[in-house]
Design a protein around this ligand. Structure first.
Ligand SMILES: [Zn+2]
Length: 473
Protein backbone atom coordinates (compact mmCIF):
# COMPACT_ATOMS: atom_id res chain seq x y z
CA UNK A 1 0.00 0.00 0.00
CA UNK A 2 1.66 3.29 -1.04
CA UNK A 3 2.05 6.02 1.55
CA UNK A 4 1.62 9.49 0.09
CA UNK A 5 2.71 12.50 2.10
CA UNK A 6 3.31 16.19 1.48
CA UNK A 7 7.02 16.99 1.32
CA UNK A 8 7.97 20.56 2.27
CA UNK A 9 11.15 20.20 0.17
CA UNK A 10 9.26 19.61 -3.08
CA UNK A 11 6.04 21.42 -2.03
CA UNK A 12 3.91 18.52 -3.20
CA UNK A 13 2.27 15.32 -2.07
CA UNK A 14 4.47 12.45 -3.16
CA UNK A 15 4.90 8.76 -2.55
CA UNK A 16 6.98 8.18 0.53
CA UNK A 17 9.88 5.87 -0.36
CA UNK A 18 12.48 5.27 2.36
CA UNK A 19 16.23 5.18 1.71
CA UNK A 20 16.41 1.54 2.85
CA UNK A 21 16.94 -0.52 -0.35
CA UNK A 22 14.57 -3.14 1.09
CA UNK A 23 11.94 -0.39 1.45
CA UNK A 24 11.23 -1.39 5.03
CA UNK A 25 13.16 0.67 7.59
CA UNK A 26 12.25 4.29 8.20
CA UNK A 27 14.20 6.79 10.29
CA UNK A 28 11.88 9.47 11.67
CA UNK A 29 13.06 12.49 13.64
CA UNK A 30 10.76 15.00 15.26
CA UNK A 31 12.07 18.07 17.06
CA UNK A 32 11.20 17.56 20.69
CA UNK A 33 10.31 19.95 23.49
CA UNK A 34 12.45 22.73 24.90
CA UNK A 35 12.04 21.82 28.53
CA UNK A 36 11.62 25.19 30.24
CA UNK A 37 7.83 25.23 30.72
CA UNK A 38 4.76 22.97 30.41
CA UNK A 39 3.87 22.04 26.84
CA UNK A 40 0.96 24.08 25.45
CA UNK A 41 -1.77 22.73 23.26
CA UNK A 42 0.00 23.91 20.07
CA UNK A 43 3.07 21.85 21.03
CA UNK A 44 0.83 18.88 21.81
CA UNK A 45 -0.69 19.12 18.34
CA UNK A 46 2.77 18.64 16.79
CA UNK A 47 3.46 15.54 18.89
CA UNK A 48 0.05 14.00 18.17
CA UNK A 49 0.71 14.66 14.45
CA UNK A 50 4.12 12.93 14.71
CA UNK A 51 2.47 10.03 16.54
CA UNK A 52 -0.19 9.69 13.84
CA UNK A 53 2.49 9.71 11.13
CA UNK A 54 4.50 7.02 12.90
CA UNK A 55 1.44 4.84 13.54
CA UNK A 56 0.34 5.18 9.90
CA UNK A 57 3.80 4.20 8.63
CA UNK A 58 3.82 1.19 10.95
CA UNK A 59 0.30 0.24 9.91
CA UNK A 60 1.49 0.43 6.28
CA UNK A 61 4.21 -2.12 6.98
CA UNK A 62 7.26 0.05 7.64
CA UNK A 63 9.57 -0.54 10.54
CA UNK A 64 9.97 2.91 12.09
CA UNK A 65 12.79 4.15 14.30
CA UNK A 66 11.26 7.20 15.97
CA UNK A 67 13.66 9.72 17.50
CA UNK A 68 12.64 12.84 19.40
CA UNK A 69 15.25 15.04 21.05
CA UNK A 70 14.99 16.87 24.32
CA UNK A 71 16.36 20.41 24.09
CA UNK A 72 17.72 20.84 27.59
CA UNK A 73 20.08 23.73 26.93
CA UNK A 74 19.33 26.90 24.93
CA UNK A 75 18.79 30.63 25.52
CA UNK A 76 15.37 30.50 27.23
CA UNK A 77 16.41 27.65 29.53
CA UNK A 78 19.54 29.47 30.63
CA UNK A 79 17.48 32.56 31.41
CA UNK A 80 15.08 30.52 33.55
CA UNK A 81 17.86 28.64 35.30
CA UNK A 82 19.36 31.97 36.27
CA UNK A 83 16.00 33.27 37.54
CA UNK A 84 15.15 30.18 39.59
CA UNK A 85 18.62 29.56 41.00
CA UNK A 86 18.23 25.84 40.30
CA UNK A 87 20.83 23.73 38.55
CA UNK A 88 20.30 23.06 34.85
CA UNK A 89 19.53 19.37 35.49
CA UNK A 90 17.07 20.08 38.32
CA UNK A 91 15.24 22.67 36.30
CA UNK A 92 14.96 20.79 32.99
CA UNK A 93 14.42 17.38 34.64
CA UNK A 94 11.11 18.53 36.10
CA UNK A 95 9.73 19.78 32.78
CA UNK A 96 11.04 16.77 30.92
CA UNK A 97 9.15 14.43 33.28
CA UNK A 98 5.99 16.53 32.93
CA UNK A 99 6.34 16.44 29.17
CA UNK A 100 6.50 12.64 29.05
CA UNK A 101 3.50 12.46 31.33
CA UNK A 102 1.62 14.72 28.87
CA UNK A 103 2.56 12.44 25.97
CA UNK A 104 1.09 9.50 27.87
CA UNK A 105 -2.07 11.46 28.65
CA UNK A 106 -2.75 11.99 24.94
CA UNK A 107 -1.73 8.40 24.20
CA UNK A 108 1.30 9.12 22.03
CA UNK A 109 3.62 6.16 21.59
CA UNK A 110 6.94 6.77 23.29
CA UNK A 111 9.65 7.50 20.69
CA UNK A 112 12.29 4.76 20.52
CA UNK A 113 15.05 7.23 21.35
CA UNK A 114 14.81 10.53 23.24
CA UNK A 115 18.35 11.96 23.25
CA UNK A 116 19.18 14.98 25.41
CA UNK A 117 21.32 17.78 24.00
CA UNK A 118 23.46 18.00 27.15
CA UNK A 119 24.43 14.35 26.69
CA UNK A 120 25.66 14.97 23.13
CA UNK A 121 28.20 17.75 23.62
CA UNK A 122 31.09 15.66 22.14
CA UNK A 123 29.03 14.94 18.99
CA UNK A 124 28.08 18.61 18.71
CA UNK A 125 31.71 19.70 19.12
CA UNK A 126 32.83 17.16 16.49
CA UNK A 127 30.22 18.41 14.02
CA UNK A 128 31.28 22.04 14.52
CA UNK A 129 34.91 20.96 14.02
CA UNK A 130 33.97 19.42 10.64
CA UNK A 131 32.31 22.67 9.58
CA UNK A 132 35.41 24.64 10.60
CA UNK A 133 37.61 22.20 8.71
CA UNK A 134 35.57 22.69 5.56
CA UNK A 135 35.76 26.46 5.95
CA UNK A 136 31.99 26.84 6.39
CA UNK A 137 32.22 27.97 10.00
CA UNK A 138 34.46 30.61 11.55
CA UNK A 139 35.47 31.96 14.93
CA UNK A 140 34.25 35.42 15.92
CA UNK A 141 36.21 37.86 18.08
CA UNK A 142 34.46 36.74 21.30
CA UNK A 143 35.44 33.10 20.71
CA UNK A 144 31.99 31.99 19.51
CA UNK A 145 31.77 29.88 16.36
CA UNK A 146 29.40 30.95 13.59
CA UNK A 147 28.04 29.29 10.48
CA UNK A 148 28.89 31.25 7.33
CA UNK A 149 25.93 31.44 4.95
CA UNK A 150 28.14 32.93 2.25
CA UNK A 151 30.76 30.14 2.40
CA UNK A 152 28.04 27.50 2.44
CA UNK A 153 26.38 28.96 -0.64
CA UNK A 154 29.79 29.33 -2.23
CA UNK A 155 30.20 25.52 -2.06
CA UNK A 156 27.19 25.16 -4.34
CA UNK A 157 24.85 24.33 -1.45
CA UNK A 158 21.39 25.80 -1.28
CA UNK A 159 20.30 27.82 1.75
CA UNK A 160 16.53 28.18 1.53
CA UNK A 161 15.36 24.65 0.70
CA UNK A 162 12.24 24.65 2.86
CA UNK A 163 11.32 28.31 2.49
CA UNK A 164 11.96 30.84 -0.25
CA UNK A 165 14.43 33.41 1.00
CA UNK A 166 15.31 36.77 -0.37
CA UNK A 167 19.05 37.29 -0.23
CA UNK A 168 18.97 40.84 -1.58
CA UNK A 169 18.81 42.38 1.86
CA UNK A 170 21.47 40.09 3.27
CA UNK A 171 24.65 41.68 4.43
CA UNK A 172 27.59 39.32 4.19
CA UNK A 173 28.92 38.23 7.54
CA UNK A 174 26.02 39.72 9.50
CA UNK A 175 25.55 37.59 12.56
CA UNK A 176 22.76 36.55 14.87
CA UNK A 177 23.67 35.17 18.28
CA UNK A 178 20.19 34.39 19.55
CA UNK A 179 18.69 30.88 19.07
CA UNK A 180 15.47 32.32 17.68
CA UNK A 181 15.38 34.96 14.99
CA UNK A 182 13.05 36.34 12.39
CA UNK A 183 12.51 35.51 8.76
CA UNK A 184 14.14 38.69 7.50
CA UNK A 185 17.43 37.78 9.10
CA UNK A 186 19.33 35.66 6.65
CA UNK A 187 22.41 35.87 8.78
CA UNK A 188 25.26 33.77 10.09
CA UNK A 189 24.05 31.90 13.16
CA UNK A 190 25.84 30.68 16.28
CA UNK A 191 27.03 27.08 16.46
CA UNK A 192 29.01 27.48 19.68
CA UNK A 193 28.45 30.33 22.08
CA UNK A 194 31.42 31.42 24.07
CA UNK A 195 30.85 31.47 27.84
CA UNK A 196 29.51 34.71 29.32
CA UNK A 197 28.85 35.50 33.03
CA UNK A 198 25.05 35.17 32.54
CA UNK A 199 25.50 31.49 31.62
CA UNK A 200 26.35 30.72 35.27
CA UNK A 201 27.35 27.07 35.62
CA UNK A 202 26.06 26.13 32.18
CA UNK A 203 29.14 25.62 30.04
CA UNK A 204 31.34 22.87 28.62
CA UNK A 205 34.94 22.76 27.46
CA UNK A 206 35.66 22.77 23.73
CA UNK A 207 38.70 23.25 21.48
CA UNK A 208 37.56 26.90 21.18
CA UNK A 209 37.22 27.53 24.89
CA UNK A 210 34.37 27.12 27.35
CA UNK A 211 30.85 27.67 26.11
CA UNK A 212 27.64 26.00 25.04
CA UNK A 213 26.05 24.86 21.80
CA UNK A 214 23.57 26.86 19.73
CA UNK A 215 20.10 25.34 19.50
CA UNK A 216 20.18 24.46 15.79
CA UNK A 217 23.37 22.38 15.89
CA UNK A 218 21.93 20.21 18.69
CA UNK A 219 19.31 18.71 16.36
CA UNK A 220 21.79 18.10 13.52
CA UNK A 221 24.16 16.26 15.86
CA UNK A 222 21.50 14.16 17.60
CA UNK A 223 19.47 13.25 14.52
CA UNK A 224 22.53 12.14 12.53
CA UNK A 225 23.92 10.19 15.46
CA UNK A 226 20.65 8.30 15.89
CA UNK A 227 19.64 7.85 12.25
CA UNK A 228 22.75 8.35 10.10
CA UNK A 229 23.99 11.26 7.99
CA UNK A 230 21.08 10.86 5.57
CA UNK A 231 17.70 9.76 6.82
CA UNK A 232 14.10 9.52 5.69
CA UNK A 233 11.71 11.78 7.49
CA UNK A 234 11.94 14.91 9.63
CA UNK A 235 8.89 16.46 11.28
CA UNK A 236 8.12 19.53 13.28
CA UNK A 237 5.79 22.50 13.63
CA UNK A 238 5.71 24.97 10.72
CA UNK A 239 7.21 27.66 12.96
CA UNK A 240 10.41 25.60 13.01
CA UNK A 241 10.84 25.45 9.22
CA UNK A 242 12.81 28.71 9.33
CA UNK A 243 15.33 29.24 10.71
CA UNK A 244 15.65 26.04 12.77
CA UNK A 245 15.13 23.38 10.11
CA UNK A 246 16.81 25.38 7.36
CA UNK A 247 19.83 25.72 9.65
CA UNK A 248 19.74 21.99 10.46
CA UNK A 249 19.97 21.26 6.72
CA UNK A 250 22.79 23.75 6.21
CA UNK A 251 24.86 22.46 9.14
CA UNK A 252 24.36 18.80 8.25
CA UNK A 253 24.85 19.05 4.49
CA UNK A 254 27.68 21.53 5.00
CA UNK A 255 29.52 19.04 7.21
CA UNK A 256 28.82 15.78 5.35
CA UNK A 257 28.36 16.87 1.75
CA UNK A 258 25.39 14.47 1.62
CA UNK A 259 21.66 15.12 1.45
CA UNK A 260 20.41 15.38 5.06
CA UNK A 261 16.72 14.44 4.99
CA UNK A 262 14.66 13.05 2.13
CA UNK A 263 11.21 14.04 3.29
CA UNK A 264 10.17 16.98 5.50
CA UNK A 265 6.73 17.40 7.05
CA UNK A 266 5.41 20.40 8.97
CA UNK A 267 2.30 20.65 11.09
CA UNK A 268 0.45 23.95 10.84
CA UNK A 269 -0.24 26.50 13.55
CA UNK A 270 -3.06 26.17 15.97
CA UNK A 271 -5.45 28.98 16.77
CA UNK A 272 -7.28 28.91 20.08
CA UNK A 273 -10.78 30.39 20.15
CA UNK A 274 -10.04 31.97 16.75
CA UNK A 275 -6.89 33.80 17.79
CA UNK A 276 -3.20 33.19 18.04
CA UNK A 277 -2.60 31.66 21.44
CA UNK A 278 -1.15 34.07 23.96
CA UNK A 279 -1.04 34.33 27.72
CA UNK A 280 -2.29 37.92 27.64
CA UNK A 281 -5.41 37.00 25.63
CA UNK A 282 -6.33 34.27 28.12
CA UNK A 283 -6.47 31.64 25.36
CA UNK A 284 -3.20 29.96 26.28
CA UNK A 285 -3.81 26.37 27.35
CA UNK A 286 -1.43 23.74 28.60
CA UNK A 287 -2.71 20.18 28.62
CA UNK A 288 -3.09 20.29 32.41
CA UNK A 289 -5.27 23.43 32.09
CA UNK A 290 -7.68 21.40 29.96
CA UNK A 291 -7.62 18.42 32.34
CA UNK A 292 -8.45 20.83 35.17
CA UNK A 293 -11.51 21.91 33.20
CA UNK A 294 -12.73 18.31 33.25
CA UNK A 295 -11.62 17.20 29.80
CA UNK A 296 -9.61 14.04 29.24
CA UNK A 297 -6.42 13.48 27.28
CA UNK A 298 -8.43 11.20 25.03
CA UNK A 299 -10.85 14.02 24.16
CA UNK A 300 -7.96 16.37 23.46
CA UNK A 301 -6.34 13.76 21.21
CA UNK A 302 -9.61 13.21 19.35
CA UNK A 303 -10.08 16.94 18.75
CA UNK A 304 -6.48 17.44 17.62
CA UNK A 305 -6.85 14.50 15.25
CA UNK A 306 -10.08 15.79 13.75
CA UNK A 307 -8.32 18.25 11.42
CA UNK A 308 -5.69 17.76 8.76
CA UNK A 309 -2.17 18.58 9.92
CA UNK A 310 -1.70 21.13 7.11
CA UNK A 311 -4.81 23.00 8.12
CA UNK A 312 -4.76 25.93 10.49
CA UNK A 313 -6.96 24.44 13.15
CA UNK A 314 -9.15 26.46 15.48
CA UNK A 315 -9.07 24.75 18.86
CA UNK A 316 -12.03 25.72 21.07
CA UNK A 317 -13.51 24.57 24.35
CA UNK A 318 -16.78 24.09 22.50
CA UNK A 319 -14.93 21.78 20.11
CA UNK A 320 -13.69 19.80 23.10
CA UNK A 321 -17.23 19.47 24.42
CA UNK A 322 -18.18 18.20 20.95
CA UNK A 323 -15.34 15.67 21.16
CA UNK A 324 -16.84 14.37 24.40
CA UNK A 325 -20.21 13.80 22.68
CA UNK A 326 -18.65 12.17 19.61
CA UNK A 327 -16.58 9.81 21.72
CA UNK A 328 -19.62 8.89 23.82
CA UNK A 329 -21.35 7.76 20.59
CA UNK A 330 -18.34 5.70 19.62
CA UNK A 331 -18.02 4.17 23.09
CA UNK A 332 -21.69 3.29 23.27
CA UNK A 333 -21.54 1.54 19.90
CA UNK A 334 -18.37 -0.38 20.84
CA UNK A 335 -19.88 -1.39 24.19
CA UNK A 336 -23.02 -2.77 22.51
CA UNK A 337 -20.97 -4.69 19.96
CA UNK A 338 -18.91 -6.17 22.78
CA UNK A 339 -21.99 -7.31 24.60
CA UNK A 340 -23.22 -9.19 21.52
CA UNK A 341 -19.83 -10.46 20.40
CA UNK A 342 -18.95 -11.98 23.77
CA UNK A 343 -16.07 -14.27 22.81
CA UNK A 344 -17.25 -15.29 19.33
CA UNK A 345 -14.77 -15.66 16.47
CA UNK A 346 -14.94 -12.61 14.16
CA UNK A 347 -16.79 -12.87 10.86
CA UNK A 348 -16.05 -10.23 8.21
CA UNK A 349 -19.00 -8.30 6.83
CA UNK A 350 -19.41 -5.55 4.21
CA UNK A 351 -19.63 -2.94 6.99
CA UNK A 352 -16.37 -4.06 8.64
CA UNK A 353 -14.67 -4.21 5.24
CA UNK A 354 -15.84 -0.70 4.32
CA UNK A 355 -14.51 0.75 7.53
CA UNK A 356 -10.99 -0.55 6.98
CA UNK A 357 -10.83 0.20 3.25
CA UNK A 358 -12.35 3.70 3.49
CA UNK A 359 -10.10 4.47 6.42
CA UNK A 360 -6.99 3.40 4.50
CA UNK A 361 -8.04 5.33 1.39
CA UNK A 362 -8.45 8.47 3.49
CA UNK A 363 -5.05 8.27 5.18
CA UNK A 364 -3.35 7.44 1.90
CA UNK A 365 -4.18 11.00 0.85
CA UNK A 366 -1.54 12.74 2.93
CA UNK A 367 -3.09 11.65 6.25
CA UNK A 368 -6.59 12.92 5.57
CA UNK A 369 -7.89 12.33 9.09
CA UNK A 370 -11.20 14.14 8.71
CA UNK A 371 -12.10 11.71 5.94
CA UNK A 372 -10.86 8.82 8.08
CA UNK A 373 -13.17 9.88 10.93
CA UNK A 374 -16.06 10.14 8.45
CA UNK A 375 -15.45 6.44 7.69
CA UNK A 376 -15.58 5.66 11.42
CA UNK A 377 -18.84 7.58 11.92
CA UNK A 378 -20.40 5.91 8.85
CA UNK A 379 -19.50 2.61 10.50
CA UNK A 380 -21.14 3.72 13.78
CA UNK A 381 -24.32 4.74 11.90
CA UNK A 382 -24.51 1.40 10.10
CA UNK A 383 -23.92 -0.47 13.35
CA UNK A 384 -26.56 1.52 15.19
CA UNK A 385 -29.11 0.58 12.55
CA UNK A 386 -28.23 -3.07 12.96
CA UNK A 387 -28.29 -2.70 16.75
CA UNK A 388 -31.78 -1.17 16.85
CA UNK A 389 -34.07 -3.65 18.63
CA UNK A 390 -36.45 -5.24 16.16
CA UNK A 391 -34.45 -3.89 13.19
CA UNK A 392 -34.40 -5.74 9.88
CA UNK A 393 -30.99 -7.27 10.42
CA UNK A 394 -29.84 -8.38 13.86
CA UNK A 395 -26.13 -8.92 14.38
CA UNK A 396 -24.82 -12.37 15.20
CA UNK A 397 -22.03 -12.61 17.81
CA UNK A 398 -19.52 -13.39 15.03
CA UNK A 399 -20.59 -10.36 12.98
CA UNK A 400 -20.35 -8.11 16.03
CA UNK A 401 -16.87 -9.50 16.74
CA UNK A 402 -15.90 -8.80 13.10
CA UNK A 403 -17.11 -5.19 13.39
CA UNK A 404 -15.11 -4.78 16.58
CA UNK A 405 -12.01 -6.27 14.96
CA UNK A 406 -12.29 -3.68 12.18
CA UNK A 407 -12.45 -0.86 14.76
CA UNK A 408 -9.49 -2.30 16.66
CA UNK A 409 -7.50 -2.37 13.43
CA UNK A 410 -8.11 1.28 12.53
CA UNK A 411 -7.60 2.33 16.14
CA UNK A 412 -4.00 1.11 15.88
CA UNK A 413 -3.51 4.31 13.89
CA UNK A 414 -5.96 6.62 15.68
CA UNK A 415 -4.87 5.57 19.17
CA UNK A 416 -8.19 6.55 20.72
CA UNK A 417 -8.52 3.36 22.75
CA UNK A 418 -11.17 2.77 25.33
CA UNK A 419 -12.33 5.29 27.87
CA UNK A 420 -11.77 3.40 31.08
CA UNK A 421 -8.27 2.25 30.22
CA UNK A 422 -7.19 5.72 29.21
CA UNK A 423 -8.90 7.76 31.85
CA UNK A 424 -8.67 5.97 35.17
CA UNK A 425 -5.86 7.56 37.17
CA UNK A 426 -3.02 5.27 38.23
CA UNK A 427 -3.90 5.41 41.94
CA UNK A 428 -7.43 4.12 41.18
CA UNK A 429 -6.07 1.31 39.04
CA UNK A 430 -3.87 0.38 41.99
CA UNK A 431 -6.98 0.30 44.19
CA UNK A 432 -8.70 -1.95 41.68
CA UNK A 433 -5.77 -4.36 41.89
CA UNK A 434 -5.91 -4.25 45.67
CA UNK A 435 -9.60 -5.15 45.50
CA UNK A 436 -8.77 -8.15 43.32
CA UNK A 437 -6.18 -9.28 45.85
CA UNK A 438 -8.69 -8.83 48.70
CA UNK A 439 -11.29 -10.92 46.86
CA UNK A 440 -8.73 -13.62 46.21
CA UNK A 441 -7.93 -13.67 49.92
CA UNK A 442 -11.71 -13.79 50.61
CA UNK A 443 -11.49 -10.50 52.48
CA UNK A 444 -14.88 -9.33 51.23
CA UNK A 445 -15.13 -6.55 53.77
CA UNK A 446 -12.02 -4.92 52.31
CA UNK A 447 -13.05 -5.57 48.71
CA UNK A 448 -16.49 -3.99 49.31
CA UNK A 449 -14.87 -1.01 51.01
CA UNK A 450 -12.63 -0.47 47.97
CA UNK A 451 -15.62 -0.76 45.65
CA UNK A 452 -17.42 1.92 47.68
CA UNK A 453 -14.36 4.13 47.70
CA UNK A 454 -14.07 3.88 43.90
CA UNK A 455 -17.77 4.62 43.57
CA UNK A 456 -17.43 7.68 45.76
CA UNK A 457 -14.72 8.86 43.37
CA UNK A 458 -17.06 8.38 40.41
CA UNK A 459 -15.86 5.02 39.09
CA UNK A 460 -17.62 1.68 38.88
CA UNK A 461 -16.12 -1.74 38.40
CA UNK A 462 -17.16 -3.55 35.27
CA UNK A 463 -16.45 -7.26 34.92
CA UNK A 464 -15.30 -8.22 31.44
CA UNK A 465 -13.92 -11.39 29.88
CA UNK A 466 -10.43 -9.91 30.33
CA UNK A 467 -11.01 -9.21 34.02
CA UNK A 468 -12.42 -6.24 35.89
CA UNK A 469 -11.90 -2.68 34.70
CA UNK A 470 -12.91 0.80 35.77
CA UNK A 471 -15.67 2.69 34.07
CA UNK A 472 -16.90 6.24 34.72
CA UNK A 473 -20.08 6.05 36.79
ZN1 LIG B 1 15.15 20.52 16.06
Amino acid sequence: MPVRLFNTLTRQVEEFVPLDPAGKKVGLYCCGPTVYDFAHIGNIRTFVFADLTRRWLEFSGFSVQHVMNITDVEDKIIRKVRETGQSLGEFTGKYEAEFFSDLTTVNCLRPHQTPRATEHIPEIVALIARLLERGIAYKAADGSIYFSIEKYRGCGCKYGQLVNLNFDGMRVGERVASDEYEKESVADFALWKSRVPDDGDVFWPSPWGEGRPGWHIECSAMSMKALGESFDLHLGGEDLAFPHHEDEIAQSEGATGKPFVKHWMHGYHLLVEGKKMSKSLGNYFTLRDLLAKGFSGREVRFLLLSAHYREQFNFTLEGLAGAKTALARLDECVAKLKEIADSAAPIASPVSGFLVSNFKNALEEDLNVSKAWAAVFDWIRANNQALTPGGAHQLSPGEAAGLLAAWTEVDRVLGIGEPAQLEAPAELLALLEERQAARKAKDFKRSDAIRDELKAKGWIIEDTSKGPRLKKA
